[in-house]
Ligand binder design. Sequence first.
Ligand SMILES: Cc1ncc(COP(=O)(O)O)c(C=O)c1O
Length: 429
Amino acid sequence: MSNRRSFINKLGVLSAAAITSNIFQPAWSADILRALDKADGKIAFELAGDEAFWQTVQQAYNTPSSFINFNNGGVSPAPRTVAEAMKLNYDQSNQAPSYFMWRILDAGREPLRRRLAGLAGCDREELALQRNASEALETVIFGLDLKAGDEVVLCKKDYPHMMNSWKQREKREGIKLVWVDIAFPVEDEAAIVKKYTDAFTARTKVVHITHLINWIGQKMPVRKIADEAKKRHLEVIVDGAHSFAHFDFKIADLNCDYFGTSLHKWLGAPIGTGFLYVKKEKIQKLWPLFGSPDTQENDIRKFENLGTRPFYIEQAIDDAIDFHEMIGISRKEERLLYLKNYWMEKVKDIPKVKLHTSFKKEFGGAIGLVSVEGKKPGELESYLIQNYRIHCVSVVYEDISGVRITPNVYISLPQLDMLVEGITSFASK
Ligand SMILES: Cc1ncc(COP(=O)(O)O)c(C=O)c1O
């Protein structure tokens, strides 16, 4: 209830500016209030298929009806309220940049840190604001003291920026990378954990785990791998680019030392936002990417010495949290899974169509990968954009080959039906 009130109150402030630019429709705020009232008491799983409720959520986005975006995994549009807050911040900053950036907007960083830490389930002194998951995780990858011969265990299906950063350390300093190889999808947590534990040796110092594998949407048993790693006193790094604000969990649940995420994917914050979590007792030993004063040795803020940057973007994270909390993470998680399973269920028996992602909640979320026998993923991607104005992304990497489909909460069932029609028509050719 209090999340709802805070969101609607802020809406009042925003809409005064937005109405004049005709971007925001105040009627929507009444609709969403009514929908939220009606949803009270309904369990998240039941609400996942309640189209009346989700239609009001869809109205919160300013997305074109003539074009369907199924690459929300890459980066997602922000709700209108978030975009509007960012523009308002920008206009103010542009009037007297040094005053508004460093006196007004920068002053918002500490309250934002506290709020984001609350959402993430960590102490505010453990959370640094960053521009994206790459920056957050590369801070850790390059900031850990390791020597030649030390081993790092990671997976061939981790994210390229991270794998490349580790490879750079391997070339430059002689650390050893030990690669776990898994043929996804896998519906057996113990088998995944075993792949990691088999790779651990007496020389292993670090394990790097991707929470949700971006290529095909596999959810990894992070906690179980981390527990095994901790028995061996390893540093545990979690790439949460796709899990934060997508799955209902807290960082404390993961038993990790470091966690990095972007906020422009699943939180719906403006593009160029993310955070880094560093466990309190690990802050001192982790080198920042950008030099920091000695006084910050033990301070999470030592990872924020980036110089002048767009504070108007950062401060709109607050509005994204408002929107996210208004829906509620468990409702969002259930809906995202519902949307993926809706289209996957409809194409699963079509001749020549192959799915590469689990339907089960323990093993995935909104991301799904599909392929058509005898065809290249790029052909399906082109067919969908040319014939249906559907944007998605083809993936050809290692043993993975398919088209990745990622809806977000603003995607409607008729849009998914259009996707199903497109895949059906392509597969019949
Ligand atoms: C698993 C994973 N990690 C990290 C990243 C990097 O995110 P960003 O480009 O926002 O830094 C991505 C981006 O898609 C990703 O999928």
